[in-house]
Write a protein that binds this ligand. Structure first.
Ligand code: TRP
Ligand code: ZN
Length: 868
């Protein structure tokens, strides 16, 4: 038998979507017995299997010490199977069989944080996408769904023994060991299996579903972190209600558990009934957690909860469909978060992430469609494109359909596919059938890479009183995906009276095929135009309101029109977008800053009073990294840094006493609403940093007082940044105070590392000092990300000595934790845009490391970026 011919199991080759084949065997039930010991773990499994297609019985397994295989109670001899580093293939198997295996594994030395691993004193699992094969031999693919019963056994020094589902039994093995047996009644793929062994405390609550089910809710964490679990618990109950109200989806088990882990590769994992969370995405308390991080905790709690229906009950047929569950679930968590704070600000924050991460990814060598058609290492495809662009595609369809039709569409999806492993086509087909609107053209968004460019041209005819908008879309083909077709683009439009600032009522000719509603038009051809009639005067147009489609808009706005929109646009998102577009012109095209300054002067004071959070966003200045993403060649980090700080100086001076007056007028402690207080804190911190650029003598005293007097970490960190980044005399002192206060609070200490790594004039020696600090830990991804994240926020440093740091780290992680190693390198993907000699230097550093790379993860990323 030719094993290599099976694309699903060939280790070092590209896997193609077109080669998908059904699994040869289904698993009717799984019984696992996991016995944890200090220096090894025994995993015994019993699978009841049933043939469903031609071909050999293939069980995937990696780094497993096989002790025994039995079929229908007969021990197999080595001649009866083929075993290599990736799989166990058994020949001549019957239609129906009982397969038993016994393996030993080593969670205690597992540094990859995949499969079963030990994080400090806690044993936890991470099985998405392909971790389960590191626990036992199994058809580890998402289209094999089964019912799991799990027995977990360990020393009594680990009182907590958890697995998915309901606790059936708990008892003693002997004087030192105990066990628990869990049964999960819902069929699930192996990537949703989880178990936890350790010594944790628990916060308990409960929730009664719309169906009357009383669900026990439990959040497990180390004892001292339990007080930091309340915000997550409230967010969980809120999410459960939200999904009932907005999607008609109630929870389906009698318990829901969340476990907090400090060593975790990503944010969190939606294991059925037993979520495992990075501590950074579950612990939240204003004394230790920044406002931004608190918002993130709530959205990740919602995200993982929402996966129970979009991901778990309806899962993916294969990993090419990852976007089916992730894109939809991100759209759902974004919608949830829009209910938690100002919807406009939530949209601003989501689009910021999209534009600063996904757009650059899609414009560089790592570009891929939301549903790729090939990959080497699936872990490399948990990307901004799959998550964030995926969410945008769902948002576009939801926007076009409107609430009622969208709901009819999602209802149909759950009706048709509950309990199944499906594809993106199944989703679009259900949504179309339920809503009665053909959405099949949206498949192009899933299958094509690159950000489309939307060119818009406007003509006003003063005699006819007509205003014409002409649209053209262009897509950038690449070698892997050569022929691209026009995508459907919902365009939200408003026209404003230039004198009064009021919005015109729209009367349009139906030049578009689909006229959805006034102000919303579906543009789905290469070119089309629309004519608005009865437009009294040449209007100011606002395009793509609320970012109605994830495209690059090219429209010849005048600076005055943008300044007008900053003052008059009623859609908060587009008001913000106007500030950003105007600033891009000032920064990159050398336009004068005056129109921006005037618009701020007119607009901000009122917004500060009414909506401080929105006001804080209107003061955003595009980051150096974002600006860099708009520059495709001869990029000089030093130059971008210089023009950006020049602009900030200019604005700081021009606004005079505004910063100080506003600073003094704010008192977040007086606000009872969290989002109002958050807005005031954000503003206060921005005011401080603007004052610092003016070399205001008082500012360091104000900052030091804010740092010392506040118990709220958002305020403390905002002040600490100003002190450290502007080299205030109090900086060393403040850093030492912060360290003493938070040295036993890893997440707060991450911020301490981050602030220092993000010093604008960081030296190589200082970076080294951080990376060799006793509290730096290469086994904790959060700590690595704190330093690398801080460093990368300063491209001048990141693209000089930072490159060597990143490359050495990637080389180390290639062996210890390739998922993280690969992600580190993704940040270097735009090396080819740099001006010489930097470009050649970075290229050389990347080439130098290539021969020592072993993992599929890092080598796939490295070869893609070297192919730029
Ligand atoms: N499915 C997880 C989510 O909700 C993400 C995930 C994929 C993940 N692989 C992981 C999380 C590995 C932690 C570790 O987004
Ligand atoms: Zn997810």
């Amino acid at each position: 038998m030719n094993i290599a011919a099976n694309p699903v199991v060939q280790a070092d080759e590209t896997v193609y979507l077109k080669d998908y084949q059904k699994p040869t065997y289904l698993v009717e039930s799984v019984h696992l017995d996991i016995q944890v010991f200090d220096d090894y773990t025994i995993v015994n499994s019993v699978l009841h299997m049933q043939r469903q297609a031609e071909g050999p019985l293939v069980l995937l397994g990696r780094e497993l010490e096989l002790k025994c295989v039995k079929i229908n109670d007969d021990v197999l001899s080595e001649a009866q199977y083929q075993l290599d580093t990736e799989q166990l293939v058994i020949l001549n198997t019957p239609e129906k069989l009982k397969l038993e295996t016994s393996v030993h594994i080593h969670p205690e030395t597992n540094t990859m944080l995949e499969g079963l691993y030990k994080a400090g004193d806690l044993f936890v699992t991470q099985n998405e996408p392909e971790g389960f094969r590191k626990i036992t031999f199994y058809p580890d693919r998402p289209d094999v769904l089964s019912v799991f019963t799990t027995r977990v056994e360990a020393d009594k020094k680990y009182p907590i023994l958890l697995a998915n589902g309901n606790l059936l039994e708990k008892g003693e093995v002997n004087a030192t060991r105990h066990y628990a047996i869990w049964e999960d009644p819902t069929k699930k793929p192996a990537y949703l299996f989880a178990c936890v062994v350790g010594d944790l405390a628990v916060l308990k609550d409960h929730y009664v579903t719309s169906e009357g089910r009383d669900v026990a809710l439990e959040i497990y964490a180390i004892e001292k972190d339990i007080p930091k679990c309340h915000i997550a618990m409230e967010a969980l109950k809120h999410s459960m209600r939200w999904d009932e109200e907005h999607y008609g989806l109630p929870y389906d088990l009698d318990n829901y558990m969340i476990v907090a882990v400090s060593q975790f590769n990503m944010g969190a994992m939606e294991n059925k009934g037993l979520n495992i969370f990075n501590t950074a995405c579950v612990l939240a308390d204003e004394e230790y957690t920044t406002d931004g991080a608190i918002m993130r905790v709530q959205s990740v709690i919602a995200h993982e909860y929402f996966h129970n229906w979009t991901g778990n009950r309806i899962t993916c047929r294969d990993w090419f469909q990852l976007c089916l569950k992730e894109g939809l679930t991100v759209f759902r968590d974004q919608s949830f978060s829009e209910d938690l704070q100002s919807a406009a600000v939530q949209r601003i924050d989501d689009v910021s992430v999209l534009k600063s991460h996904q757009f650059p990814e899609d414009a560089g060598p790592l570009s891929h469609p939301p549903r790729p058609d090939h990959f080497v290492e699936i872990n490399n495809f948990y990307t901004a494109t799959v998550y964030e662009k995926g969410a945008e595609i769902n948002r576009m369809m939801a926007t076009l359909l409107g609430k009622a039709k969208y709901r009819a569409g999602t209802d149909e999806y759950f009706r048709r596919h509950d309990g199944q492993a499906v594809t993106v086509e199944d989703w679009i087909t259900s949504l179309s059938a339920g809503s009665g609107v053909d959405l099949s053209a949206f498949l192009r968004w899933y299958n094509q890479p690159g950000t489309p460019t939307l060119h818009v041209h406007a003509d006003y005819d003063a005699t006819a009183k007509t205003y014409q908008l002409s649209f053209k879309q262009s897509l950038k083909a690449n070698a892997k995906y050569p022929d691209l077709k026009a995508v459907p683009i919902p365009v939200a439009v408003a026209l404003f009276n230039p004198n009064t600032g009021e919005q015109y009522t729209l009367h349009s000719s139906d030049l578009f095929e689909n006229h959805v509603q006034d102000g919303m038009y579906l543009f789905d051809q290469d070119e089309a135009s629309i004519v608005f009639t009865d437009v009294a005067q040449a209007p100011v147009v606002s395009l793509l309101r609320n970012f109605s489609a994830p495209v690059n808009l090219v429209f010849d706005y005048s600076d005055d029109a943008l300044a007008f929109l900053i003052q008059h646009e009623t859609n908060g998102f587009n008001q913000w977008q106007a500030t950003q577009t105007l600033l891009e012109r000032i920064l990159l095209n050398g336009h004068a800053a005056q129109s921006y300054i005037d618009a701020l002067k007119h607009t901000l004071p009122a917004v500060v009073k009414k909506d401080p959070l929105l006001a804080s966003r209107l003061l955003d200045v595009p980051s150096e990294n974002y600006l860099a993403s708009l520059i495709d060649n001869n990029y000089s980090p030093e130059h971008v840094k210089a023009i950006r700080s020049q602009l900030i100086q200019t604005v700081a001076e021009a606004m005079g006493e505004f910063w100080k007056d506003t600073y003094k007028s704010l008192d977040p402690a007086k606000q009872s609403e969290f989002s109002q207080a958050m807005g005031e804190r954000a503003l206060k911190n921005i005011m401080l940093s603007y004052m610092a650029t003016q070399k205001d003598k008082e500012v360091f005293d104000l900052a030091f007082a804010q740092f010392s007097d506040s118990k709220n970490i958002t305020e403390r960190l905002g002040a600490l940044k100003v002190l450290v980044w502007y080299d205030a005399p109090q900086a060393t002192d403040a850093l030492a105070t912060f360290y003493t206060r938070f040295k036993d609070e890893p997440l707060a200490l991450d911020q301490w590392f981050m602030i220092q790594a993000a010093h604008p004039n960081l030296t190589e020696a200082q970076l080294k000092a951080l990376a060799t600090h006793p509290d730096y830990d290469l086994g904790t991804p959060n700590r690595i990300r704190a330093v690398i994240g801080g460093l990368n926020s300063r491209p001048v440093n990141a693209w000089s000595f930072g490159v060597q740091h990143a490359v050495e780290l990637a080389k180390y992680l290639d062996e210890k934790n390739p998922i993280i190693g690969s992600r580190l390198l993704q940040a270097l993907s735009r090396w080819y845009t740099l001006a010489e000699p930097k470009r050649s230097e970075v290229l050389q550093a990347l080439k130098d490391v290539q021969p020592s790379i072993r993992s599929k993860n890092v080598s796939e990323t490295l070869s893609s970026i070297l192919n730029a």
